[in-house]
Design a protein around this ligand. Sequence first.
Ligand code: TYD
Length: 138
Amino acid sequence: MPLNKCQIIELPRINDPRGNLTFVEGGHHIPFDIRRVYYLYDVPEGANRGGHAHKALHQLIIPISGSFDIHLDDGHSKKTVHMNHSYNGLYICPMIWREIDSFTSGAVCMVLASEHYDELDYYRDYGQFMSDAQRMVI
Ligand code: TYD
């Protein structure tokens, strides 16, 4: 099941009394090379992000600051992951519908992505996503 591949990846941590440091190397700590980084910030209370799936994109979502919930759906089953440690990233493989909500004030959600932005890689219609996801052999 695609959903089983979506797991928390614990990133390296260099603990230091001056402040901690975490790093990510594409293809080493995560199963793809990084071609794009984007981040969500100044998210108003009660707002939802996501609401789409990708056909081929691989992503790692890191709560750089604060916390939020990620709801995942592969067309067969669903799970919710609470993200609240900046040394943990959630790996999301292709063909996963995701919604992100419950952002705390000041939360920053950073996303590492395997490809440049391409609107053609998106499913923005849940019905279309479900139809294709349920036809896939698992
Ligand atoms: P979208 O992916 O829908 O954001 P979210 O996942 O938070 O719901 O993108 C919102 C808008 O930003 C949309 O018009 C596309 C644009 N965008 C880019 O131009 N480049 C990017 O890398 C991303 C992620 C989005």
